[in-house]
Design a protein around this ligand. Structure first.
Ligand SMILES: Cc1ncc(COP(=O)(O)O)c(C=O)c1O
Length: 400
């Protein structure tokens, strides 16, 4: 019998980390690698936020804090939810963790029993299904289609709901597609949830501020206030404020659920980093003008990548509303043979051949639950993107 738990055997290691590791190995071996796999902005954390952290250190804010966050940060989160989302929350309805990832994990561990189903629209962020499995639940993927820009419809959601459904995990703009649900599309989903009072919604709003071309971000509890009592609204500072390493994420929701999440955290990691919490207060309360400046850069890069990928025969790349990813469909490349002689049987083989033959690292679609595709993170310099897309074009042009 294995020493390791049966639960762990059901979980796979993160494919995005596997791609990064392989790319690093090839780089160390001397290959000129361009990484388009990382899920983080290439910008530095803004100076005012760094300064707030320095002030916190100097003021001795270096001790344990309340398990689920300092009051100042909870107040800043409540103010943010009111300002940006029109949602009313009190500090006792808020929990702060070491990244959005821990928030999601706490919520799933606090609520899932064996047999509970969690609906996850695919393609999805790689961690959702495995976190559900770790928590003892059963992930139920519902596939969006290329024709609907990878979004699911109300009918698909309705069909996936069973008496065992506990949660819908909702993520817009999405990792890995960048697709955003507009108010009408989201209302159609929340209307379905109204008909199924036993289903709760966990909304991952991590890419809220990365929305382009006038796309209006919206979140379930705001679109359908009747869902307020069964919505967990999750967000964080990692992506919008270029703070991935600081590890601060948060959730707002019903007091009982927030208390249960605190209990999980109190017996695992305790409070998130005290210094990062003070930095996050500044991120949320301080000036927000660089968000628009960063978005201009992201839009320029997105347009470059989408246009260069759509120039390739056999590749179709929708233009996403937000985040910093695109998710091209490569149906037209499957079955062909690369210049070095690899038969492209699926998107994992495509991504491996692309990396080995051109040095461009992308993450294959199967990792996100929808194939054949790959994910490009365009949170890197224009020069690197231009060079990477040129190499992808050359690789695809040589497929026969
Ligand atoms: C959709 C989504 N949710 C949550 C996270 C977790 O973010 P963090 O734990 O850095 O706050 C990520 C990070 O990649 C993400 O893409």
């Amino acid at each position: 019998m294995s020493f390791l738990s049966e639960t762990l055997a059901r979980v796979k290691p993160s494919p995005t980390i596997a791609v990064t590791t392989k790319a690093q190995e090839l780089k160390a071996a001397g290959l000129d690698v361009i990484g388009l796999g990382a899920g983080e902005p290439d910008f530095d954390t803004p100076e005012n936020i760094k300064a707030a952290a320095v002030r916190a250190i100097e003021a001795g804010k270096t001790k344990y804090t309340a398990v689920d966050g300092i009051v100042e940060l909870k107040q800043a989160i409540c103010a943010k939810l009111k300002r940006d989302n029109g949602l009313d929350y009190e500090p006792k309805q808020v929990s702060v963790s070491s990244g959005g990832k821990q928030v999601l994990y706490n919520a799933l561990v606090a609520t899932c029993n064996p047999g509970d189903e969690v609906i996850i629209p695919a393609p999805y962020w790689v961690s959702y299904p495995d976190m559900v499995l770790l928590a003892g639940g059963t992930p139920v993927a519902v596939e969006g289609t290329l024709a609907n820009n990878f979004k699911i419809t109300a009918d698909q959601l309705e069909a996936a709901i069973t008496p065992k459904t506990k949660w819908l995990i909702f993520n817009s703009p999405s990792n890995p597609t960048g697709a955003g649900y507009n108010r009408t599309e989201l209302k159609a989903l929340t209307d379905v949830l109204l008909r199924h009072p036993h289903v709760w919604v966990m909304t991952d709003d991590m890419y809220e501020h990365l929305a382009f071309d006038g796309f209006e971000f919206c979140t379930p509890a705001e679109v359908e206030p009747k869902l307020y009592d069964r919505t967990l609204t999750i967000n964080g500072v990692s992506k919008a404020y270029a703070m991935t390493g600081w590890r601060i994420g948060y959730a707002a929701g019903p007091v009982e659920l927030i208390g249960a999440m605190r209990k999980v955290q109190s017996q695992s990691t305790s409070n998130p980093c005290s210094i990062s919490q003070y930095a996050a207060v500044e991120a949320l309360n301080g000036p927000q003008d660089y968000l628009a400046v960063n978005n201009e850069t992201f839009v320029r890069r997105r347009n470059l990548v989408v246009s260069m990928l759509n120039d390739i025969d056999g590749v179709t790349c929708p233009t996403p509303e937000g985040a910093f990813y695109v998710y091209p469909d490569i149906t037209g490349c499957i079955g062909k043979t690369s210049k070095a002689g690899t038969v492209i049987t699926n998107d994992e083989v495509f991504a491996t051949a692309l990396l080995e033959e051109t040095g461009v690292a992308v993450v294959f679609g199967a990792a996100f639950g929808l194939s054949p595709n790959f994910r490009v993170s365009y949170a890197t310099s224009d020069e690197a993107l231009l060079e990477a897309c040129t190499r992808i074009q050359t690789f695809c042009a040589a497929l026969s």
